[in-house]
Write a new protein. Structure first.
Length: 121
């Protein structure tokens, strides 16, 4: 039986001109952090991650990673902070495009739980 994932409606939506890819939820990692459960597949250029958090008042930090296959270590793209539901914009990420699909596969890691993330390319 397939499970459906419902994402909470969020006021955090990327500015006009961005293509919505899809959304995903977060799950715990072995290191006590939280990671988006699905990668966002990007053509390069710029990438946006719009987060729906359960904490509107406290500053939270998020790292973007590019996932590499075949045992290569994932690459740390950058780190940004925000409070509440907002979008984080990652510019000039074309150097992370690789592999047979000629795409970059990104995921988000945060120190605190977030309910969901929406990916835009």
């Amino acid at each position: 039986m397939a499970a459906a994932v419902l994402l909470a409606a969020s006021p955090a939506v990327a500015s006009p001109g961005w293509d919505f890819l899809y959304g995903t939820t977060f799950g715990p990692t072995d290191g006590g952090k939280y990671r988006s459960l699905k990668v966002g597949v990007s053509h390069g250029g710029n990438f946006a991650t719009c987060l729906n958090t359960s904490d509107d008042d406290n500053l939270q930090g998020y790292s973007l990673y590019e996932q590499d296959a075949s045992g290569n270590p994932d690459e740390h793209v950058g780190y940004q902070t925000m409070a509440g539901d907002h979008c984080l914009y990652w510019y000039d990420i074309g150097k992370y495009v690789d592999g047979d699909n000629d795409r970059a596969e990104f995921y988000v890691v945060g120190s605190r739980f977030s309910e969901s993330v929406l990916y835009f390319d």
